[in-house]
Design a protein around this ligand. Structure first.
Ligand code: ISL
Length: 528
């Protein structure tokens, strides 16, 4: 395997609106992020990925881009972004931007032009179609929006319909139009020329649609539109791979190992692996682990499935436990002290295995999913699903920096989403000096991870252990173990070892050639 930085990188995802507010308007921005970069350095990550910063009407908080070459005034200026990249590079951090090529905003000049005139050739950049039924009053097919409701909106009472797999303010581009590919290549180069280290690519499985736009099998109408996966003519069409081959050639034409990370949201890891073949994307998120409950068999399956599929194409894994679209994993693992205990042990797997890993801002503080009051919710998934889906605001609540300051140090004014009572208890200031805190644990793990990578490279394998315990060898000197059983266990060791990291004070103890793990306990051991 190659030695490029991204193969072992830990990338920290900054949800820009929620990280730090520099100008006191209640919304996180680039100056705020720059003022807090030291946090990432202290944490010990290799790179940051910022969610979309582009000029946008914010119908989906920036995932509706109106200008791919700018910065929204809410987040700062182009000069601020250049400054962020410079500061980050000076601190030895790489910067990934979030590129949204599947759809634009309905306020993008291309869409305004297309909408203004049914005869306009600009229509060919989107998916405008005549409706079905009398007078074309029915949508052209049965596709559903990921955010709920039909994936089609009629431009006027008489007119055509346009496709939007997400909100109606996010019309899908038609990637069979050569203009679309050329424009997005220009965008890619615009940012690469400015020195960014790569991109996280939104909905990387969605750009190419079946040319005939046939109906999908009807299983589609579930109660949770976000989870509907039966979009066989919508997602994962073969044509999408030509796009990634073109992008890979562009990225690899630059110096400095620029990286393309795909958000390929497909359940079958073998289908995901096709996106990271040697001439396509560099990495694709490994969502399989994120989908697992706290249960050893599921974890073992997810790890095996992911690595077998990726090994076949020679691509490293990219482990993910949380992001801005799903409930925070402390809560998914049971919440409170239980959830935090498990989250610590989980990190010993996700950061112990070979490959890259993505952390979501706030997980290093052990933040939980917040039950945002309904009146304060803003996510289109909540608004459009008629309450069927609680939406994603609960994992986007602005970060707590200090318990004593207004808005927990996030902003000088009311944050865009309310922070719950006690939020400051998890703040960076409250945790930084406490060796027992989640933050200190993350720092410890990130430091030890470097030693594992240095000594074990990407070699790993399962070892026999008690039922419901994950035991993994890394090279011939390191061992990772996590107890997911409901009782303490003993794991016999092949060699004498010392505990380098343990997930909590009573989580793990080595006596001679025996490792004792408490319930939900985990440890990294090194051969003595
Ligand atoms: O396809 C899906 C389910 O069928 C989704 O999970 C999909 O992969 C996901 O919703 C895509 O998310 C990304 O694009 C959205 C944006 O709202 C999310 O925040 C972003 O991560 C639209 O741009």
């Amino acid at each position: 395997m190659g030695r490029e930085w991204w193969r072992t990188a830990v990338v920290y995802q900054v949800y820009l609106r929620s990280f730090a507010d520099g100008n006191g308007d209640g919304v996180g921005d680039i100056p705020g992020l720059r003022s807090r970069l030291a946090h990432l350095v202290t944490l010990g990550v290799d790179a940051l990925w910022i969610t979309p910063h582009y000029p946008s009407p914010m119908a989906d908080h920036g995932y509706d881009v109106a200008d791919y070459r700018g910065v929204d005034p809410l987040f700062g200026t182009l000069a601020d972004l250049d400054g962020l990249v410079a500061d980050a590079h000076a601190a030895d951090l790489r910067v990934l931007l979030d590129l949204v090529p599947n759809h634009t905003s309905d306020q993008h000049p291309w869409f305004l032009e297309a909408r203004a005139d049914p005869a306009s050739p600009a229509r060919s950049r989107y998916l405008f179609r005549d409706g079905r039924g009398r007078g074309g009053s029915e949508p052209p097919n049965n596709w559903r929006s990921v955010f709920g409701g039909p994936a089609w909106t009629r431009e006027s009472e008489e007119g055509q319909w346009y496709l939007h797999l997400f909100a109606k303010e996010q019309p899908d581009l038609d990637w069979s139009s050569p203009e679309v590919g050329d424009e997005l290549e220009g965008v890619l180069r615009f940012w690469l020329d400015r020195g960014v280290d790569g991109f996280r690519i939104d909905v990387a499985h969605g750009l190419a649609k079946h040319p005939d736009l046939p109906d999908n099998p009807v299983a589609e109408a579930g109660t949770d539109p976000f989870a509907e996966m039966d979009r066989i003519h919508t997602f994962d069409q073969d044509g999408v791979h030509d796009i990634w081959r073109r992008w890979r050639a562009v990225a690899d034409g630059y110096d400095g190992d620029r990286v393309l990370v795909g958000e390929v949201f497909l359940y079958d890891p073998h289908r995901v692996a096709r996106y990271v073949r040697p001439d396509e994307l560099h990495l694709a998120f490994g969502f399989l682990l994120l989908g697992q409950r706290w249960e050893a068999a599921g974890w073992r399956w997810a790890i095996d499935q992911s690595t077998v599929a990726l090994d076949a194409v020679g691509s490293p894994a990219s482990w993910v436990l949380s992001n801005h679209d799903l409930a925070r994993h402390v809560s998914r693992y049971g919440g409170g002290e239980l959830g935090r205990r498990r989250a610590r042990a989980a990190l010993l797997i996700s950061l112990g295995l070979p490959g890259a890993a993505f952390l979501y801002a706030g997980e290093e503080l052990g933040l939980e999913e917040v039950d945002v009051p309904e009146a304060a919710r803003q996510d289109p998934l909540w608004l459009n699903s008629g309450g069927a889906h609680a939406g994603r605001d609960g994992c986007r609540v602005p970060l707590p920096w200090s318990a004593d300051l207004r808005a927990c140090g996030f902003s000088e004014t009311e944050p865009w989403l309310p922070q719950p009572a006690g939020w400051g208890d998890c703040s960076v200031a409250a945790q930084i000096g406490d060796p027992a805190s989640m933050l200190s644990f993350y720092r410890e793990v990130l430091t030890a991870r470097r030693a594992i990578i240095a000594e074990a490279g990407d070699t790993w394998g399962w070892l026999d252990g008690p039922e419901d315990v994950l035991v993994i060898a890394r090279g011939d000197r390191w061992l990772l173990a996590v107890n997911m059983a409901s009782a303490p266990v003993e794991v016999p060791l092949a060699w004498e070892a010392t505990t380098v990291v343990s997930s909590g004070p009573a989580a793990a103890a080595v006596e001679g050639r025996m490792l004792r793990l408490g319930v939900d306990g985990g440890a990294w051991l090194r051969r003595a």
